[in-house]
Design a protein around this ligand. Structure first.
Ligand code: ADE
Ligand code: ZN
Length: 334
């Protein structure tokens, strides 16, 4: 039995496995510039974030109907459940779909077909977080938030993703203020490829409650101290960091030092179809390569539930935490 955990950093479009991509392409009459799934998998060699994003946006062309988004989310939820994920807070990138003529209602209601029945079908509770693409304009983000307003019963929070360097958090001050006024929770990617200053800016200017990645905080001891003091959760993605060359190898990942420093770290998969593993695979990899103790793995699992947006269901959070506390480790834990 895998360790119970919450996944807090997961782009639903990044769960598009080659087999499903080809199935949806055939269903929608979309031509993919790859001969087959093997040829597509061979393209999964990335130099940096941008080289990944190019493929990530290209493959989204196969997502056209509500059913496509439902199939995508159901496939993720089934895989996540099998790896011990009990709660998933799922990012989606509406601007990448709106730009291709897919309506907001198609995206949100499609995802909801899967998320709305996830507890009964997969035993996974969920939340939905709408991300703004930071390499598009602040006006575009504001328009996207307006388009999402009729669907806010489905959406818990907003996030910020895509190409980080050159697009500091402050560019999105206005849309985050508007999101806060609408009662939405706030997170943002910061310190993945961007400098530690972006992490502080996401906290100070955007008012984020969690930082996605936040890896580069380790370059600034005063910032680490602040993140520890304020108990700001970081949603780390170790296998993603290796594939996007944010760290040289997994053995070089600063996760153990970050835990030793008292940071509230969580382990997540980011874009599992592209980076070689789902949440449990990331746990297994850090256990094996970084030699994390059972106490540390349990701490990571506890942190994932403590950092979840479960304030509207504290009973559930307590239940999940009790499951983590009662968990007995075996050799094959993930
Ligand atoms: N969009 C999907 N995955 C991402 C990542 N790791 N960083 C920024 N934007 C993303
Ligand atoms: Zn991400």
């Amino acid at each position: 039995m895998p360790l119970p955990k919450a996944e807090l950093h997961l782009h639903i479009e990044g769960t598009l496995e080659p087999e499903l991509a080809f199935r949806l392409a055939a269903r929608n009459g979309v031509e993919l510039p790859y001969a087959d799934t093997d040829a597509l998998r061979k393209a999964y060699q990335f130099e940096d974030l941008q080289s990944f994003l190019n493929l990530y946006y290209e493959l989204m062309a196969v997502l056209r109907t509500e059913q496509d988004f439902a199939d995508l989310a159901n496939a993720y939820l089934a895989r996540a459940a099998a790896q011990g994920v009990r709660h998933a807070e799922i990012f989606f990138d509406p601007q990448a779909h709106l730009a291709r003529g897919v309506a907001m209602v198609t995206i949100v209601e499609g995802l909801w077909r899967a998320l709305g029945r996830s507890e009964e079908n997969h035993g996974v509770s969920t939340r939905l977080i709408m991300c703004f693409l930071r390499d598009l304009s602040a006006e575009s983000a504001l328009r996207t938030l307006e388009m999402a307003e009729p669907h806010l019963d489905r959406i818990t929070g907003v996030g910020l993703d895509s190409a980080e360097v050159g697009h500091p958090p402050a560019k999105f001050r206005e849309v985050y203020e508007a999101a806060a006024a609408l009662g939405l929770r706030r997170v943002a990617h910061a310190g993945e490829e961007g400098p530690p200053e972006y992490i502080a800016e996401a906290l100070d200017v955007l008012g984020v409650e969690r930082v996605d990645h936040g890896l580069r905080c380790v370059e600034d001891p005063a910032l680490v101290e602040r993140l520890v003091r304020e108990r700001i959760p970081l949603t780390l993605c170790p296998l993603s960091n290796v594939r996007l060359r944010t760290v040289d190898t997994l053995a070089d990942h600063p996760l153990p030092a970050m835990l030793d420093a008292g940071l509230l770290c969580t382990v997540n998969s980011d874009d599992p179809a592209y980076f070689g593993g789902y949440a449990g695979d990331n746990f297994a990899a850090v256990r094996q390569t970084l030699g994390l103790s059972e106490d540390r793995l349990r701490e990571l699992a506890r942190n994932s539930f403590l950092a979840s947006f479960l304030e509207d269901d504290e009973e559930r959070r307590a239940r999940y935490l009790a499951e983590v506390d009662a968990y007995e480790f075996g050799d094959a834990v993930s």
